[in-house]
Design a protein around this ligand. Structure first.
Ligand code: HEM
Length: 100
């Protein structure tokens, strides 16, 4: 199992728009080959800018690499995603133990 997180910073004025943008992501990520889990997390306590982490879980690194190269990834990150959010702090993990 492989996990990749991306942490972004969103000015409070854009938070509702970004949360709305991610509201249908769970459904989309469920269709992605090799993606076994997705969470979109807002860090507590809430600050300005709001700190969000997209957590993705994969069968293996190759499945993540394929999604990164896909049209779906490109489409999700076009349309001004970079204007509403900044940061893009990406971390990659090998899972050592999990409860499921
Ligand atoms: C500079 C780098 C990045 C920025 C600023 C960024 C920001 C965003 C934003 C604002 C959206 C929502 C788009 C919308 O409004 O519909 C989005 C979608 C998403 N991002 Fe990123 N992102 C970056 C890179 C990454 C990376 C490397 C990952 C890998 C974990 C990732 C994971 C996701 C996922 C899973 C979605 C939802 C995809 C979907 O709905 O199909 N992002 N990103």
């Amino acid at each position: 199992m492989y996990v990749v997180t991306n942490t972004i910073r969103v000015p409070e004025g854009h938070a509702a728009q970004v949360e709305a943008g991610f509201s249908s992501s769970a459904e989309r990520m469920r269709q992605v080959p090799g993606c076994t889990g997705f969470l979109f997390l807002r860090e507590d306590p809430s600050t300005d800018p709001c700190v969000y982490t997209a957590l993705t879980q994969w069968e293996d690194e190759a499945a993540f690499a394929a999604w990164l190269a896909s049209d779906q990834f490109r489409q999700a990150h076009s349309g001004g995603a970079g204007d509403r959010a900044s940061g893009g702090d990406v971390k990659r993990y090998t899972v050592i133990a999990a409860s499921e």
